[in-house]
Each structure stands twice: as structure tokens, then as C-alpha cells.
Design a protein. Sequence first.
Length: 136
Amino acid sequence: MDWKRSGVAFLLMFVLTAVASYVIHGMLLHPDYSHFPSLLRTVEDANRHFVYLLAAFAVFSLAFVLVWALWVPKYSSPVRAGLFYGIVMWLVESANHYLINYAVQPWPADVVGKQVGYEFVWLAIMGMVLGAVYRK
């Protein structure tokens, strides 16, 4: 494993994860979320728990990079392989997560559809960026 490349990839994935999370959940879905205040923390309470959000971004970014660096075979087109990898990770992380939330919390189907759709785009892009970082 190329530790220098993996470190750069981790930092890049962490930043992209934080930015995408803010854009998706803090901007695009904010109007939808405002209809369900009982399912979410208040802004003040969320701010007190922000360090856990950063920790989650770090854990996800580390796993995203390590799985790629240690187990994904090398392809002739790393960006295309990254796209496929991003879609697979979307299945494991986002699709799974939001379908479970839909099953156990009273989220409307249209909000869950937006969550799943936005995160599909995000993880596909993340995979392609990761593939580009590991391109020879």
C-alpha cells in the first residue's frame, strides 16, 4: 500500500465528505428536514455534537480509502473502477442506511428518495476522485 497516496486520499475524501454532507443535508435537504423537528436535534444541540459528526466523516473516509487501497484490484481505467466502487459503497453505506431509517422512523418516502439519490451522486463522484488519485 502506498501510504503517502493513501494519506492524501484520506484527507481529500474527508474534505469531500464534509462538503458533500453540508451541501446535501445542510442546504438541499434543509427545507425537507424543517418539517420534522422532532426527528432531528436542534441547531444548538447539533453544534454540541459536531465533533461526533467529524469523527464519523473520518471513520467513513478512512474505510473508503483503505478498502480501495487494500482490496480493489487495479484496472486499466481507475476512474471507471472508482465509479463502480463508489456505487458499491453507496449500496453498502447510503442505500442501506436510509432504507433502514425509513423502516424505523417516520420519514416520508420523497425525503428518503432525495437522501438516497443525492448520496448516490456524491459517492459516485467520490469513487471517481479516489480512482483518479490512485491512477498511475
